[in-house]
Ligand binder design. Structure first.
Ligand code: ZN
Length: 248
């Protein structure tokens, strides 16, 4: 058993007993981990009552290799991101990003995932408008799926492998995880070149200053997450995020 300290982002919490709760954390040095915060639900908890989703802190916990649940011994708050709780669309978008990490991350350290999630949550929290917050969510989602090993293929057909020209209309094959040329996929909705270019840029972490067709982006992300990551367990926050999308 080792006592470790690491930067940690709270993805999810749930009560464990009358006084304790379990936190699902994405940590900088130990990847995805679950810890139990004993006494966290008492009125005067030593953790200070700030163990909520989107919170970032330095977590100190006793780590037992081979165990699924470690014991939290200390929590030093770095950032609460309480702004994310003030708007339902921001909350839903930030929750969706946390859920993507919960679904696909492992216990292996991957500091880029940590940085991308923290950065996206900050971007959503700081966005002055709902449309800007939505772009931070879309960009964060594509960047995270890419870091998690699901980067969408946007420059060559997933079926025949032929490179597609930047201005060529293509189709999107969610199950195959990328674009397909119109010869290989003769039917279905066409993905326009601008939307495709935005997805490619967002996968590298770029937040576009505007999106020509935000509805197309929402539909694309939904189809991709459902095909690649949801399997039989739908994302809990995806519907909420789509329902509260800003007017186009
Ligand atoms: Zn093809």
């Amino acid at each position: 058993m080792a006592l470790v300290s690491t930067g940690a982002l709270v993805l999810q919490t749930f009560p464990y007993s009358e006084t304790s709760k379990v936190l699902r954390l994405y940590t900088r040095e130990y990847g995805l981990r679950s810890v139990i915060a004993k006494g966290a639900l008492r009125p005067k908890s030593r953790f200070g009552g700030l163990l909520e989703p989107f919170t970032e802190g330095t977590a100190t916990f006793y780590m037992r290799e081979g165990r699924d649940l470690h014991t939290l011994s200390g929590w030093d708050l770095v950032r609460a991101r309480q702004a994310l709780g003030r708007s339902l669309s921001a909350f839903a978008g930030a929750s969706l990003l946390g859920e993507v990490v919960l679904r696909a991350a492992t216990e292996e350290a991957h500091p880029d995932i940590y940085a991308a999630l923290a950065h996206a949550w900050d971007g959503i929290a700081a966005a002055p408008t709902a449309t800007q917050a939505e772009r931070a969510v879309l960009s964060g989602a594509w960047k995270l799926v890419s870091l998690l090993g699901f980067e969408p293929q946007t420059d060559a057909c997933v079926v025949c492998g032929r490179p597609v020209a930047p201005d060529e209309p293509v189709r999107f094959d969610s199950m195959a995880g990328g674009v397909a040329c119109t010869r290989c996929r003769p039917v279905g909705r066409v993905l326009d070149p601008a939307t495709r270019a935005d997805v490619a840029r967002m996968s590298r972490g770029y937040v576009p200053p505007s999106l020509a067709r935000p509805g197309a982006h929402r539909a694309l992300l939904r189809a991709f997450l459902e095909a690649q990551l949801a399997h039989d367990r739908p994302f809990r926050s995806l519907e909420l995020f789509l329902e509260h999308a800003p007017e186009d």
